[in-house]
Write a protein that binds this ligand. Sequence first.
Ligand SMILES: C[S@@+](CC[C@H](N)C(=O)[O-])C[C@H]1O[C@@H](n2cnc3c(N)ncnc32)[C@H](O)[C@@H]1O
Length: 264
Amino acid sequence: MHDEQFPRGGPGAPWWDRLYETDRAEWIDFIDHPDPRLAERARRGLRALDRFQRASLAYRTFSRLALAEAGQQREPRILELGAGRGHLAEQLLRDHPTAHVTVSDISTDSVQAFRTGPLGDHPRVTTRVIDATAIDAPDHTWDVAVFTMSLHHLQPAQVRMVLREGTRAAHRLLIIDAWRHPAYLAIVPLLLLLGGATAAHDGTISLRKAYSPSALHALADDCGAPVHLHCRFHLPGYLVASASRSAQQLPGGTAATTAQNRDD
Ligand SMILES: C[S@@+](CC[C@H](N)C(=O)[O-])C[C@H]1O[C@@H](n2cnc3c(N)ncnc32)[C@H](O)[C@@H]1O
């Protein structure tokens, strides 16, 4: 199946789900755009999303889920991809007093804002421009990579790359995004209230672009690396996908992940 035809609802998506899908751009997609009016609209979209995340206590939920992925590590090394305004990283640092967090985004403007804000001089923070589809770091640099509310911005081919790269650069990759179901369009009035027309516009498109668990499983199976994926629903309406490299049995009987063996 060509990527243009790959349905966000997954290969077996029903006809109504394919009609529900959209390929329209969100305002947030214009972040760092050379046209200053579009770039400002994108920043407004990001601020509106941030207000919604705070009001819905999303950062607390995401932080708890990310730290659960890190397990009992005393000083977990966490990579936040697509960090937007950086507020999940701030929550992670508050929730775990010895965690080390790399706060990153593909947007140079966003990373510049991290550097000049409270994250900039935090002793447990590193700030970096990182493209989640091509992470410039050795294998297993981090214990956990976390990518929230961003996956639906990427095309299917890019999602495969994130699954491959995220599970290479970190032991575990945690993806959190909107749960795909038309019933969630019911939150659009709330988005309008909290973030105005920009938030309502971007929120509606996000919901219609969100990947379903079956789409993510199909993309993981076809991502060019042995990625094990577990997807679940989390209240009030999140898709939580945990990914890692599948353990393979070596001839000597030792179990090892294949992360080191690919992409060399
Ligand atoms: C909708 S915002 C989500 C921000 C934040 N994670 C949150 O939960 O509020 C999407 C973010 O993903 C970033 N992004 C888009 N494509 C990316 C890529 N290929 N690699 C890393 N970040 C990316 C955007 O710059 C933007 O900051």
